[in-house]
Design a binder for this molecule. Structure first.
Ligand SMILES: Cc1cc2nc3c(=O)[nH]c(=O)nc-3n(C[C@H](O)[C@H](O)[C@H](O)COP(=O)(O)OP(=O)(O)OC[C@H]3O[C@@H](n4cnc5c(N)ncnc54)[C@H](O)[C@@H]3O)c2cc1C
Length: 388
């Protein structure tokens, strides 16, 4: 059987689902393919918590999903405090100083995903195939074809790979990817805390990695501890009380005594750079196009910015271009390269700078923090980039 649409998106993660809604709003017929059935969520706190930039929240609002997020499950970050590994080396960013409502929102991945699925269910131009898996991708001059195990062939002007860091679409298209394994894991867990966090996100660059405590609604915080694999295994093996006490001590007790509310989990950390974001009749978005260290909390935000840009390019296309036209897709790639590359360089550079035990580097990085702290314009510039 042969079916057709304008754009087929592989992967209904946060980025693919958002892009599908944005393209559907632009009047394109979209088919969204996802192998995993949507998860069912209860009241428990999701272990995957993301710092969502105001720009990303605005995109989610534009496609109708942010409104579906219960206010009592979303926290605002008004202040961010970052500590180096020498006494007095610290940085503070404030939404008030930068003239912003907030620096970021902290939200559960699962709830954002559920809000997106609700919007997808009523999006007139988006068809969802889930659970569904493609077995072949063919890129022709005039169209792209996806073949399913049922034998059905889906023909589209453009295929978008939004299928994550191990992208099958990227592999089928033969796009090269350079991978750097940090030899670290991101250990995540949620805690209740004895003291109020005052809408402040804390981050410590420590000898054993980068520890972040992000505010959750109420007296709760979410941890991301990017640390060597052996230390990650050690943290995962601790019982709840020992983990709470270890994290509380590492965070200098800023939010008082902790209690585990979501058990820890860990994720391997890698940087991936792809040789190209586009090919004739193909575009990559989200983790399929780039993977960054989570120390800046920007991975999914980069993906949302991909979705925003690709939707804008396709919406603005003239009558002479169909959606898979390479000249059009290159506009998307050009618009995204710099943002992605600068985030990869910044996160990779910071990770390596703070991972080094060399004394001169320790002095340089902590001095760097003090200099940035004293330069208000520079700080505001950094904030403006992070909230986009
Ligand atoms: C510890 C940690 C903390 C993080 N914290 C933050 C943060 O605070 N802020 C932030 O911005 N980012 C953060 N990130 C990054 C963030 O997790 C990712 O950037 C984000 O999940 C990528 O979303 P995505 O939709 O591109 O890919 P994914 O979430 O990987 O979604 C891909 C989708 O494609 C589907 N799929 C897989 N294979 C196929 C196939 N063959 N065909 C079709 N579909 C397929 C999958 O089932 C999935 O639904 C963090 C990452 C880590 C590891």
């Amino acid at each position: 059987m042969m079916e057709s649409c304008d754009v087929v998106i592989a992967g209904a993660g946060l980025v693919g689902a958002t892009l599908a809604l944005a393209l559907g709003d632009a009047g394109l017929s979209v088919t969204l393919i996802e192998p995993r059935a949507p998860a069912v969520y209860d009241d428990r706190w999701d272990r995957r918590i993301y710092a969502v930039s105001p720009g990303s929240a605005a995109l989610l609002a534009q496609v109708g999903a942010w409104q579906g997020m219960a206010a009592e499950r979303v926290a605002r970050v008004e202040t961010m405090r970052i500590f180096g590994d020498a006494p007095g080396a610290s940085l503070a960013f404030s939404a008030y100083d930068a003239g912003l409502g907030e620096l970021a929102f902290i939200a559960e991945s699962g709830r954002m995903q559920a809000a997106l699925w609700q919007c997808l269910a009523r999006a007139p131009h988006v068809r969802i195939l889930c659970p569904a898996q493609c077995v072949a991708l063919r890129l022709h001059e005039a169209c792209a074809e996806m073949e399913f195990d049922s034998g059905t062939i889906l023909r589209a002007q453009l295929v978008v790979g939004a299928d994550g860091a191990q992208s099958w679409v990227r592999e089928q298209a033969g796009i090269r990817v350079a991978e750097y394994d940090y030899g670290q894991c991101g250990v995540v867990a949620n805690f209740s805390c004895a003291l109020p966090h005052r809408d402040t996100a804390h981050q410590w660059f420590r000898a054993d990695g980068v520890l972040a405590l992000l505010p959750l609604p109420g007296n709760r915080v979410s941890m991301v501890w990017s640390t060597a694999e052996a230390h990650a295994r050690e943290l995962l093996a601790l019982d709840a009380a020992a983990l709470a006490s270890r994290v509380g001590d590492a965070g200098n007790g800023v939010v008082g005594a902790l209690q585990v509310i979501t058990p820890p989990a860990s994720f391997p950390l890698k940087m991936q750079r792809v040789a190209q974001f586009v090919a004739p009749r193909l575009a990559l978005v989200g983790d399929a196009a780039h993977n960054v260290h989570p120390l800046a909390g920007q991975g999914v935000n980069l993906g949302f910015r991909d979705a925003r840009e690709l939707a804008a390019v396709l919406r603005r296309r003239g009558a002479q271009h169909d959606c898979g036209d390479l000249a059009l897709l290159r506009r998307y790639e050009r618009a995204r390269r710099e943002d992605v590359l600068s985030m990869q360089l910044a996160t990779d550079g910071l990770q390596k700078l703070f991972a080094s035990r060399a004394v001169w580097l320790s002095q340089a990085r902590n001095l760097g923090m003090r200099i940035i702290q004293s330069r208000h314009r520079l700080k505001n510039l950094l904030v403006k980039h992070a909230v986009a």
